[in-house]
Design a protein. Structure first.
Length: 249
């Protein structure tokens, strides 16, 4: 019972973070499961996905309610993300766990550096009209899906900064579209990891329940927060995740 309560509480915290940043909570769940629960990298990624998939589903609905997500933009992201996430996840389950962990750390640091650089460079103000559509959204979906399938994070962390910096969307619109990309890609990645027995369901299910209880609150906070502050917190969040995993190497 103590373990169950711990997993539920952790799920509540991760769900809040997932709703705040539009990522489903997987990025922080993976280092937590690896560092504090001793799970190998692939099992940590697969177990985190049990929580991420329903969290992403609920967060996507909440974002759509507050800021309507355009199907013509979400569809190419989702279709290409699904296809390439499947390929990335097949590759991921065959990689050595230690090599995968180091790759994940590099991935997080690169994302944090890119987001930090954007905070100190001049960017055009967000536009109501997206600068690029198909086929560039499909290219973004393919790249994000590949990274999401490989590292079990759904691709939202890749797509969100690209959508704001290159495609010209606001942060909350980018996070909503990224969730539309993440839902199909995390689903197929979870199936692949589960098929290869890289999921601890006894941990993942209570994490998912806890996350569903709190993710709506995280989405609400995201929409009330200033854009620059939200981006700054996202950078710090990525850096903390990388530092946590470094202690596991």
């Amino acid at each position: 019972m103590v373990d169950l309560a711990l997993y539920l509480a952790l799920g509540v915290a991760l769900g809040t973070v997932g709703g705040l940043f539009g990522i489903g909570g997987g990025l922080i769940a993976i280092p937590v499961l690896g560092v504090f629960f001793g799970l190998d990298q692939q099992i940590a990624q697969g177990t985190a996905l049990v929580m991420v998939v329903p969290n992403v589903m609920l967060a996507l609905w909440r974002y759509h309610q507050r800021n309507r997500i355009e199907l013509r933009h979400a569809l190419p992201l989702g279709v290409m993300g699904f296809s390439f996430a499947w390929l990335g996840s097949i590759w991921a389950v065959g990689i050595d766990a230690d090599v995968m962990r180091v790759g994940f750390i590099v991935f997080l640091l690169a994302l944090a550096s890119y987001n930090l650089l954007r905070m100190f460079t001049h960017n055009a103000p967000p536009s109501a009209q997206m600068r690029y559509s198909w086929p560039w959204l499909g290219v973004l979906g393919a790249a994000s899906g590949s990274m999401g399938g490989l590292f079990g994070v759904g691709g939202a962390v890749v797509a969100t900064p690209v959508l704001t910096s290159i495609f010209g969307t606001s942060q909350v619109v980018a996070q909503g579209l990224s969730l539309a990309l993440a839902l199909p890609s995390t689903s197929v990645t979870l199936v692949t990891y589960a098929w290869h027995h890289e999921v601890d369901w006894l941990i993942g299910v209570p994490l998912a329940v806890g996350g569903l209880l709190s993710i709506s609150w995280g989405v609400k906070v995201a929409h009330a927060m200033p854009e620059r502050m939200l981006r700054g917190l996202f950078c710090g969040f990525l850096a903390v995740c990388a530092v946590m995993l470094t202690f596991k190497v």
